[in-house]
Design a protein around this ligand. Structure first.
Ligand code: IMO
Ligand code: MG
Length: 446
């Protein structure tokens, strides 16, 4: 292939394999420390993500700025399939500046990225209000993600590049007027109302942020990334959310509005698949989920669930909501690995084990029959199959030396290795705490 002979750099991808909140930000940091990447790219989602980055005694939670922000030489890319919340973006850039990182010169935003308008979050809330009266809420992050993607697909949305053209105000007015009609419909038909004052405030903040973003590097990002690749530079594509929230392959409608699968890297950045090399999948040693819909591996005993919530500090980085906690769900993980083509796995929070015994979900049952395929709807599941093993307490906190890992945790990791062996994936490292240094690599890997 001609393209193959020209290509020099490569793209590695990192995605969450559960329902989000797997600790992806920390693994991005770990991968960047290897010094082989020159940039990190967000290719989907928006400010619904919440990636916690620890830097010495400082913590930064990124929602829209790519997780390479705390590494000074790394370029940061926001791709065309991202829905950009300019107010969050400006806020995060300010927070980073206070931490000593001026990211503006190394941040590049695709002119084809989608703009989240100031009314999208209100429409998101209005839709949740409507759903709550009927089939039930999705439990969105209320960041306007669904409405922004809907407008994009309906071809009436605004693109980041539009703000550089003289007809931007006109386009914005047209869209806002359509949004106001929608909000009026929600008011009249469903009784959902947003005070005018709140709308005015949101608009002012948004216009202010637009004026700042306008001055930044807005570019043909596909061209820039291909240029970097041809210069022999490598790029890390950072997934937000998790495969189980993918709009096509998750438990629709309890999903987010973008494709999270690594296949979307090509479309979300504008690069052919021939540049993609490794695909890293991230899991937590147990499972969490926020929002509506079924959660098959949820821990049934409320007290035990609370123990995990507390020990793992399982409260949303974006919304502050407590996360539901469940046992590791191998059935879902195997499905996510097959869909995503992951070849390397990070396990996070393996130090968290507040119970003497743990369970692992290995199968789903539908009307007492083992399900071979992943069910169309999670509420079809009538039972789960689990396997039990000894827990390991909190003695592995911060362990970075393989030889110091407790035998129970090693047993768990070997068990997982065995259960994933046929899928040709390798467990590369295991996280034992929030700090950069809190992880160990497996002795027989690398
Ligand atoms: P990170 O990147 C966990 C969930 C929401 C909701 C559903 C749809 O931190 O892993 P949306 O606002 O996207 O329309 O909400 O998806 N959700 C997440 N859950 N972590 C995330 O991102 C999430 N982003 C969205 O809770 O159930
Ligand atoms: Mg999150």
């Amino acid at each position: 292939m001609e393209n193959q002979s020209l290509k020099k750099g490569f793209i590695d991808v990192l995605v969450g394999l559960q329902w989000g909140d797997e600790g992806k930000g920390k693994n991005i940091d770990e991968l960047l420390s290897k010094g082989i990447y020159s940039g990190v790219a967000r290719f989907q989602g928006g400010a619904n993500a919440g990636h916690t980055l620890k830097f010495g005694d400082k913590t930064f939670i990124g929602h829209i700025v790519p997780s390479g922000c705390l590494q000074k030489d790394i370029e940061l890319y926001i791709g065309n399939e991202v829905v950009v919340d300019v107010v969050s973006l400006i806020k995060e850039i300010g927070e980073l500046k206070n931490l000593g990182f001026d990211v503006i010169p190394r941040l590049y935003i695709s002119n084809r990225a989608k703009l989240v308008s100031y009314l999208h979050p209100f429409i998101d809330q209005a839709e949740e209000f409507r759903r709550n009266k009927g089939e039930g809420k999705i439990g969105t992050t209320a960041r306007g993600i669904g409405p922004a993607y809907s407008d994009s697909r309906a071809r009436r949305g605004l693109l980041v590049g539009d703000m550089l053209f003289s007809d931007f105000d006109k386009k914005e007015e047209n869209l806002s007027s359509f949004h106001m009609d929608l909000l009026n419909m929600y008011k009249e038909k469903y009784g959902f109302e947003i005070p005018e004052e709140k709308i005015r405030e949101a608009r002012n903040k948004w216009i202010e942020a637009i004026n700042e973003v306008k001055k930044m590097n807005i570019c043909d990002l596909s061209f820039l990334i291909q240029k970097r690749l041809s210069e022999g530079k490598n790029i890390l594509a950072e997934g937000a959310q998790g495969i189980m929230l993918d709009i096509d392959f998750g438990d629709y409608p309890n999903v987010t509005s973008s494709n999270i699968l690594p296949a979307n890297v090509c479309l979300g950045l504008g690069v052919p698949h021939t540049f993609i090399r490794d695909i890293y999948g991230v899991i937590k040693a147990y499972t969490t989920k926020v929002g509506g819909g079924d959660f098959p591996s949820r821990i049934k005993n409320e007290e035990i669930e609370k123990l995990f919530q507390k020990a793992g500090n399982e409260f949303g980085a974006t919304t502050g909501r407590p996360r539901m906690c469940g046992w590791l769900d191998l059935f879902a993980i195997r499905h996510a690995v097959r869909l995503s083509g992951v070849n390397k796995i990070f396990i996070n929070k393996a130090n968290i084990c507040p119970t003497g015994e743990i369970e692992v979900v290995t199968g789903y049952e539908i009307n007492s029959k083992d399900s071979e395929e992943f069910p169309f709807r999670l509420n079809q599941i009538t039972g789960v199959k689990t396997e039990k093993m000894l827990g390991w307490g909190d003695s592995n906190y911060g362990v970075s030396d393989f030889k110091k890992v407790s035998p129970e945790l090693l047993n768990y990791i070997n068990y997982l290795k065995g259960k994933l062996e046929d899928l040709d994936v390798e467990i590369v490292s295991v996280g034992t705490g929030p700090d950069r240094s809190n992880f160990f690599e497996l002795e027989d890997s690398n």
